[in-house]
Design a protein around this ligand. Sequence first.
Ligand SMILES: CC(C)(COP(=O)(O)OP(=O)(O)OC[C@H]1O[C@@H](n2cnc3c(N)ncnc32)[C@H](O)[C@@H]1OP(=O)(O)O)[C@@H](O)C(=O)NCCC(=O)NCCS
Length: 169
Amino acid sequence: MMSLETRTTLDDATVAELGELLVDAVEGGASVSFLPGLAQAEAEAFWRRQLPLPARGAIVIARGEDGIDGCVMLVPAWAPNQAHRGEVAKLLVHRRARRRGLGRALMAALEAHARAVGLTLLTLDTLRGDSAERLYRVGGWSEAGSIPRFAMSATGELGDTVLFYKSLA
Ligand SMILES: CC(C)(COP(=O)(O)OP(=O)(O)OC[C@H]1O[C@@H](n2cnc3c(N)ncnc32)[C@H](O)[C@@H]1OP(=O)(O)O)[C@@H](O)C(=O)NCCC(=O)NCCS
């Protein structure tokens, strides 16, 4: 049984669970802002810093039998001249729940929310060569370009970031 919820705020219990999800991803070597050794408290502090979510923002959460199995966040641009645009961040699926279509389902729910609140352009970035890169390409995202040596990977090398966009218009 899996359920998807689109949340516009987070309670303490959810922050704790999202913290565990972020720690799991970082321990698994994912390139999601942090380096290996991320403490639970630091991960929870990251989620608290996202609050309050900006107007029209959301975090989509996937719940399974063992708790939160995945999430993705939509951050609409704050700038008045970019009110049609939003950024996608922190697509995370717990290692216990991968390759079952959850990442794809989270992105579909996020895009549905973005459309519902009137956004027509989404952007994101990801480490070149990550499994997420393939997910975005098969999900209809277009590559805008890449930046060499943008972020440090879990193994300590500087990896390239690929910028993607998707038009919802
Ligand atoms: C990337 C991530 C979110 C994918 O989640 P997931 O639930 O396993 O993805 P899905 O099952 O929906 O996969 C959708 C498609 O993406 C691609 N994909 C996903 N994982 C892949 C992998 N390990 N290798 C190759 N392709 C992969 C495949 O095309 C897949 O379709 P298929 O299973 O029919 O072949 C997950 O691996 C994760 O949380 N990684 C760590 C965090 C991270 O890197 N997040 C992205 C930050 S930009």
